[in-house]
Every structure is written in C-alpha cells, then in structure tokens.
Design a protein around this ligand. Structure first.
Ligand code: NDP
Length: 451
C-alpha cells in the first residue's frame, strides 16, 4: 500500500499488506480481547477514552501533519480534526455510562428492562477524507459500549491508520481491542464473513457501501452505512444573502470539497438567484489554493489524482450538457491533484453535477421558480444525507418536514456534532452514528422480563 503526498506526488512510504496469517492472528487476538474488555466497567472505558483524548491533544501537530501529508488536507483543518476527535472521546467518556445503563419499562412483569451488551468485534471500513475523524466517530461509542474494533482504512492513508492504533495503545486500551488491518478488498471480504466478526460499519461511497453490505448481508451481520451525499443548500427569497453566500463557500469548500455533508447543489429561488451568485462568486474568489502545509491556504489538492480527474469529467460533462462555468472549471496549474474553486450555473436535473456526488470544490447552482420548486429540486436526488435551508421565515416546520434527508440545518451549514445523531436515508445509507443512537449502534439490546 502506497501513501503518496497528493500535493507533491512524492512517495511518502510503502506499507506491506497484512497477509492471511497476520489477519488470522489479529482476529484471534480481537476475539480473546473481547472476553475481558466486555467485562470492564464504564469508568475503566471512560478513563481510556479520556487518555486517548489526551494523547490526541499532546501530539496534535504530529497527527495533523500526517493527515496533511497523506491526503492533502489544509493544515489548519487537520488540527481542527484532531481537536474534534479528542472531543468525541471525551463526550462518550462523559455520557456513555448514562446512555448505556439499563432502561426500565413498566409491563405486567414484576420488573422489566432493556440492557445493552456489546456485540463483539466490529469491523470499520473507513475512507480517506477525514482519516482521523471518521475512525474516532466510530471507535469512541463502539469501544465505550464494550466492543472490540478492527479498522480497514483506505489504502492511501495507511500512516493515519497505524497512528490511530498507536494512539489507542498509548491510551492504555488493552492489546487486541483496537487493531488496524492493512488489507485489500478480497481479504476484507473474508474478514466480514469470519465468525469472529459481528458487525460492520462503513463510511465511503455508495458503491463501496453496496459491496460491503451485500457480503455482510449474506452472512447476516448488521451494517451501518454512512455513504455519499449531494446535499442541497436551499436559498429562499427572504434569506440573509450575505451570510448565506459566506457559509455556502465554507459548506462547499471545507476539506477541499471532499466531504459527504458538503453542500453540493445550491438551489436558489429566481428572485434572489443573480444577487446570490454575485455574492457567492466574491466569496469563492477570496479562497487561496495551494500548498496545504501553508497556514494561509484554504484549499489543498484533492486526495488523489484520479479523484481530481473524475471531478473534472463531471464538470466537462455538465458544461457539454448546457451548464456554464462562472469561475474555475479548468484544472489549475499547481499540480495534477489540484482543482480550483468552481461555480457552475444553469445546472438542471440530468446533468452530472446535479445527479452525482461531486467530491471537490465544485458548486452547482440551480435556479428554482419558487419555494415549492426549490424543495422539489432538493429532493430530486438519490441521496439523502443533509440539507441546509436559508430563510428568515418563522414557519420552517413544513419545509423541514418536506425535505428528504437525515439532517436539516437552518441558516447554518450541515456539520456533525458528537451530541447529535448523524446519518442518512436513501443512497446515503442507514443507521445513525454519534449521539445516544451511536452508542446503541453495535449492542445487543436485551429485553428482560422478570415475572
Ligand atoms: P470508496 O468508497 O471506494 O472507499 C472508502 C473505503 O471503502 C476505503 O477503505 C475502501 O478501501 C473501502 N472499500 C471500497 N470498496 C470496498 C470493497 N468492495 N470491499 C471492502 N472495502 C471496500 O472511496 P474512493 O476512494 O474510491 O472514492 C470514490 C468516491 O467515493 C469519491 O469521489 C466520493 O464521491 C465518494 N466518497 C465518499 C465519502 C463520504 O464520506 N461520503 C468518502 C470517500 C469517498 P480501499 O481504499 O482499499 O479501496
């Protein structure tokens, strides 16, 4: 497995894959570790998570540089990612015991309750875009619930994958409780089917979700899928346009545009369409693209050259179908993985940038006739992760109800928060991470009725 710095295209390091024997040993170690770890107290697990948070903060610079080097994230965003990982560990250390304690329910039995027991070993298949956050978002509640974890990370961020294993080891998490597997898809399939693996969590593309869930489905193992999105950013006639344009830029370009919950389709009602585009363009123009280790940079390279190329194909296809590039739209001369902030207007359903997930700093602007049309366009997608709605109206509930997604942000951008459940509907996946639901993602909710 090769880690290639996307900004410079230099080889950082090659990592030898784990082979079948290595994997067998790790599965056995995980299974053995579960026997003791599942019996540890909530206080003991909370201590480990607090220690993991401390290790993250102590070496924040080291972890942030590693992410930036392997996948090109701007360094200031990489530091914020490490902080957020520490937060999710502390959040579950603080709230885990309460969320997992047995819940009493009145019935005709003398006593009845539901108790939450860990399932066993959970395999996490994770992507490269937030190489630390996606893993900690899964690991903190999963370990707090008493499970053990195996990580199969994306092939281009093996350094991050091994660093996370090291962080948990430094946090006194017992041997075998969290292990990183450096494996290809074939071996991953064998791991999913193995009797010592009890569930799978995947964050990534819809294609990867379908492949992994079908193998897990054959083996009757529960899956949690957090897949792609094509989130609408809906601007209504009464919106605060200046604020909307500023936040639209952040919502689209955070992580150089490579986020499942990035706003991707900007649906603007006719009345304010031109004014919004004018303001949006001004904000997008102010972004600085370049060397991601430079503190002043807003947009780094895309994580891999093939991803930048695929993005450009989507832009070209949409322009050929009648859309217009108002800015960007041509690869920048900075290097093969760089793609500039781009606004495409006159976008309609049927065009690539409307129908597909665009994973990069490309904003598709769609003109809507009115509010009803805007909501109809917002829902005209196979995805359903998040939506951002911009309006100063007080009667938002009917609009919130009408939007098909797992999350609605009003006058703000869609972002994950350890306190709130997170996940999608339709091709964006199923199940919820974070919040109390995240704690219950991989547990046996055991009903007990004592007559
Ligand atoms: P993938 O979804 O293919 O990769 C995500 C993870 O899934 C990686 O660990 C990958 O491993 C693994 N994976 C993929 N297929 C299988 C399989 N059949 N069996 C086991 N593991 C599998 O992302 P890509 O890197 O190919 O990105 C392509 C597009 O996916 C992006 O342009 C973007 O649109 C979308 N994407 C969305 C993400 C999100 O957060 N919603 C995150 C990443 C990508 P490996 O690296 O070894 O292939």
């Amino acid at each position: 497995m090769k880690s290639i710095n996307p900004a410079t295209q230099t080889l950082i390091r090659e990592y030898p894959d784990h082979n079948s024997e290595d994997v067998e040993e790790m599965l056995e170690r995980s299974s053995r570790a579960f026997r003791d770890f599942s019996k540890t107290s909530f206080d003991q697990r909370a201590d480990m998570l607090n220690q993991a948070a401390a290790v993250l903060r102590e070496k924040k610079e080291q972890w942030a540089r590693l992410m930036t080097e392997e996948m090109g994230k701007p360094i200031k965003e990489a530091r914020a990612e490490v902080e957020k990982c520490a937060w999710v560990c502390e959040h579950y250390a603080e709230t885990g015991a309460q969320g997992l304690k047995p819940k009493k329910i009145e019935t005709d039995a003398t006593n009845s309750w539901v108790q939450f027991q860990p399932l066993g070993t959970v395999l996490a298949v994770m992507p490269w875009n937030f190489p630390f956050w996606q893993v900690f978002r899964f690991a903190a509640p999963t370990l707090m619930a008493g499970n053990t974890a195996l990580l199969k990370h994306a092939g281009n961020v093996s350094g991050c994958a091994l660093a996370i294993e090291e962080i948990f080891a430094q946090a006194q998490v017992p041997d075998g409780v969290f292990q990183t597997l450096l494996i290809d898809h074939d071996l991953a399939e064998k791991v999913i089917k193995d009797r010592r693996v009890h569930a799978v969590s995947l964050t990534g593309s819809t294609r990867a979700g379908r492949a992994v869930a079908s193998v897990a489905g054959q083996a009757l193992k529960p899956t949690l899928l957090e897949l792609g999105g094509s989130d609408p950013f809906i601007v209504l006639a009464d919106a605060n346009l200046e604020k909307a344009a500023k936040e639209a830029t952040r919502a689209r370009c955070l992580n150089s545009g490579q986020s499942c919950i990035a706003a991707k389709r900007f649906i603007v009602v006719d009345e304010v369409h031109d004014e919004f585009i004018h303001l949006f363009r001004k904000e997008m123009r102010a972004l600085k693209i370049g060397d991601p280790t430079d503190e002043s940079i807003d947009i780094g390279p895309q994580a891999r050259v093939d991803l930048a190329e695929a993005l450009h194909e989507q832009v070209k296809a949409s322009i050929a179908a009648g859309a217009v590039a108002l800015m960007g739209g041509e690869p920048s001369g900075l290097g093969p993985a760089f793609y500039p902030p781009t606004i495409i207007s006159r976008v309609d359903p049927g065009m690539s940038v409307f129908d597909e997930e665009t994973f990069g700093p490309v904003a598709a602007v769609i003109r809507a006739k009115n509010t009803d049309h805007a909501i109809k366009l917002a829902n005209q997608t196979e995805y359903g992760l998040g939506a951002s709605l911009w309006t100063t109206s007080d009667t938002i509930q009917p609009l919130v109800d009408a939007i098909d997604s797992g999350h609605v942000a009003i006058n703000g951008i869609v972002k994950s928060d350890p306190r709130l459940p997170f996940g999608g509907i339709k091709d964006s996946g199923y199940g919820r991470e974070l919040g109390e639901m995240g704690l219950h993602a991989f547990v046996n909710a055991k009903t007990v009725a004592d007559f």
